[in-house]
Design a protein around this ligand. Structure first.
Ligand SMILES: Cc1cc2nc3c(=O)[nH]c(=O)nc-3n(C[C@H](O)[C@H](O)[C@H](O)COP(=O)(O)OP(=O)(O)OC[C@H]3O[C@@H](n4cnc5c(N)ncnc54)[C@H](O)[C@@H]3O)c2cc1C
Ligand code: SF4
Length: 338
């Protein structure tokens, strides 16, 4: 562990000011970095992957924009400093959209979810083994050094959204449920607040996998904003993993379904464990809209979802697993009694 300074911010302005002058660094390699629950930051500092010289603790900030859970109709607003377990325990969130609750409940452990904030959860870094072990070449950690996973052991790596520079999976669960609903994030910077779609927050690896998000080093996520349609009561998050608890997804799906009899009026699909960024399967949604939901149409939707997959030596199974996860999610949801 490298030595670092530690400061506490009581206000948003204080937190932004503490970042110092604007720098060209991406947030993950800036000299000063924010810490919230610390469950990702401390892990990666211990491993030597994150190397801030100064941590700005944003937990003392009492600003309602970062703290509140606001349940409107259709808008639900979740402050970035709200803990994962607070949302998981919220009965109205669960009633309105079970997949939001389930995507939190199936993540990590209750102890971690008591510590971890929603903002930190969205920004968690990949679990790629070569990224975590600093002796390996890794374009994300050390730009231009190469990718050890492409020709290495890549069983847990992504098949969608990959590039020739990086195939690391985005491992978060919550973001898949949010992206299915086309959620947005409010970002506070020195110039005020801007709102962007969650779909635009994470950057696909391309030739710069070190640039993970569009956030500047002196910007804070303030809140997640999501319009939850009434029909999202028929939604679920299905997570397939090597063991039934305390494990990241090999494949997962967040599905919300609007049915008219057996016909799909509308559908939203997020896919986890298989892509480099939170992944909305719009091609699969297009296959299903306006058609009866059957095993056959669900299968066709799954084929469309994975049409662009680029598997490597050890992760080819994720294509079939991802498809089966989606088909199961859809069919089980069709049978759900509301
Ligand atoms: C053993 C283990 C198992 C896990 N399993 C799962 C799992 O199955 N599914 C899953 O989804 N997650 C899992 N996680 C990840 C866990 O959910 C994240 O570590 C946690 O959500 C991060 O939140 P945090 O508040 O602790 O973030 P921190 O560690 O405090 O911060 C993470 C990053 O976000 C930045 N940051 C934090 N808040 C803000 C903000 N408001 N604005 C701007 N930047 C900010 C920090 O600078 C840092 O870069 C697991 C973690 C562990 C350790
Ligand atoms: S997959 Fe990405 S994070 Fe993993 S070694 Fe390659 S460049 Fe690094």
């Amino acid at each position: 562990m490298l030595p670092f300074d530690y400061g506490r911010a009581n206000t948003v302005d204080g937190a932004l000011a503490a970042m110092g002058d604007k720098t060209k660094h991406p947030p993950t390699s800036a000299p000063s970095q924010f810490i919230a629950g610390g469950t990702n930051m401390s892990d990666y500092m211990r491993l030597g992957v994150n190397r801030p010289s100064r941590l700005i603790d944003i937990n003392p900030i009492e600003d309602r924009r970062l703290r509140a859970i606001e349940i409107g109709d259709p808008e639900i607003r979740l402050g970035a400093l709200v803990r994962m377990s607070e949302v998981e325990d919220h009965p109205e969130v669960n009633r309105r959209c079970p997949m939001l609750t389930e995507s939190l409940k199936l993540a990590a452990s209750r102890q971690i979810r008591n510590m971890a904030s929603l903002g930190g959860n969205l920004l968690q870094r990949t679990r790629c083994e070569y990224f975590r072990e600093i002796s390996w070449p890794c374009n994300k950690r050390n730009p231009g050094s190469g990718c050890s996973a492409i020709d290495g052991f890549n069983r847990q790596h992504a098949v969608l959204g990959v590039s020739d520079a990086c195939i690391a999976t985005y491992h978060g669960d919550f973001a898949q449920a949010l992206i299915a609903l086309d959620a947005s994030v409010d970002i506070i910077g020195r110039d005020g607040i801007r709102r962007i779609r969650l779909a635009d927050l994470h950057r696909p690896p391309g030739d710069r996998p070190d640039l993970e998000t569009v956030l500047g080093p002196d910007e804070l996520i303030a809140a997640i904003v999501v319009d939850v349609p009434a029909w999202a009561a028929r939604s679920r998050y299905l997570k397939i993993r090597d063991r039934q608890s305390y494990a990241f997804a090999l494949a997962s799906t967040a599905v919300a379904l609007d049915l008219d009899g057996n016909e799909v009026r509308d559908v939203r699909i997020g896919l986890g464990g298989v892509a480099t960024v939170p992944w909305r399967a719009t091609a699969a949604e297009d296959v299903l809209r306006g058609r009866p939901l059957t095993e056959e149409s669900a299968g066709k939707a799954a084929d469309a979802a994975f049409a662009g997959a680029r598997p490597r030596q050890h992760n080819g199974f994720k294509v079939e697993l991802g498809k089966q996860t989606l088909v199961r999610g859809l069919i089980e949801l069709r049978e759900m009694r509301l």
